[in-house]
Design a protein around this ligand. Structure first.
Ligand SMILES: Nc1ncnc2c1ncn2[C@@H]1O[C@H](COP(=O)(O)OP(=O)(O)OP(=O)(O)O)[C@@H](O)[C@H]1O
Ligand SMILES: [Mg+2]
Length: 266
């Protein structure tokens, strides 16, 4: 019972496609793993707030104090809910559909998860996005791309770095663009051609044995290819790195009205 070569090739091609999908999923989860400690930290803070205000409300039964306590508890729990919802949808969402998606919204969802990590490293975030920017995109893949770029940027910066995030609609050229720029260590000229290769990493394992796998940017490149987009990197050692991603832009879908600041003012 030998398979003919054509059949064998078809079978192997299918297996490769399945393994690539599996790899993509594993990488999604490992990028969330990089945030585990900061997210645990944040949950601890939220719980402390909830416990303290619950005690306070019980101890001071006057109306004003109780209302204030409930208010604080509600705000803290809502923050926790946003994080868990974000985590679950980030880890689970694997549809392959490409449809109009608002890049600003996707970026904000990723920021909910990375915010604490950035804050713990005293990184200033400069977000430049005036309104919705629509692209033909697969939301979960673009979130994975943003997560990888932002986690890389964070890892390249010491304390007090600056992360600049731009989302803009380049209607003239037909692109929806995202810029992720850091003030980190930069990438030497001779290393630049390798950064998108699978398993290329310069990150040494830390005390828990967790180093880079070198898959983050390789998957970013695949995601960009699947979107027929572009990715460009400019870097200066000691100064920082700028990644520019271009995805095919889309008109805002029916039912969505994009109001520019001028339109509101006028
Ligand atoms: N913003 C950046 N600043 C400096 N170097 C970078 C930056 N982004 C990527 N690099 C370099 O490119 C290499 C490859 O990045 P990539 O995200 O593919 O892998 P990794 O971050 O090392 O590991 P993983 O993403 O799998 O945890 C990094 O090891 C680093 O040397
Ligand atoms: Mg990485």
């Amino acid at each position: 019972m030998t398979m003919d070569p054509a059949q064998q090739i078809q079978e192997l091609t299918q297996r490769v496609a399945l393994l690539e999908e599996e790899l993509m999923r594993a990488q999604r989860l490992s990028s969330v793993g990089a945030l585990a400690s900061s997210i645990t930290h944040e949950f601890n803070n939220i719980l402390t707030t909830v416990i303290n205000y619950a005690k306070m409300g019980l101890r001071h039964p006057d109306e004003a104090m109780r209302t204030k306590s409930f208010d604080r508890i509600l705000t803290a729990s809502q923050r926790a809910a946003r994080i868990t919802t974000g985590m679950l949808s980030y880890a689970r969402n694997t549809s392959a559909r490409i449809e109009p998606a608002d890049l600003k919204r996707l970026l904000e969802d990723v920021l909910v998860l990375v915010q604490k990590d950035l804050q713990m490293h005293r990184i200033t975030v400069d977000l430049q996005a005036s309104g919705s920017v629509w692209a033909m995109a697969n939301s979960s893949q673009v979130q994975q791309l943003l997560m990888n770029l932002i986690v890389n940027a964070r890892q390249a910066m010491k304390e007090n770095g600056r992360l600049r995030l731009v989302v803009r609609d380049n209607a003239a050229d037909g692109w929806a663009e995202i810029v992720v720029a850091d003030s980190g260590c930069g990438i030497p000229q001779d290393k630049l051609p390798h950064i998108f290769d699978s398993f290329y990493t310069t990150k040494q394992p830390d005390e828990r044995g967790q180093g880079g796998t070198g898959l983050g940017l390789a998957l970013c490149r695949r995601i960009i290819e699947a979107h027929k987009g572009r990715i460009r990197v400019e870097s200066e050692p000691g100064k920082g790195t700028i990644f520019t991603v271009k995805l095919p832009r889309s008109e805002s879908p029916a039912g969505f009205v994009t109001t520019s600041p001028q339109a509101v003012a006028g």
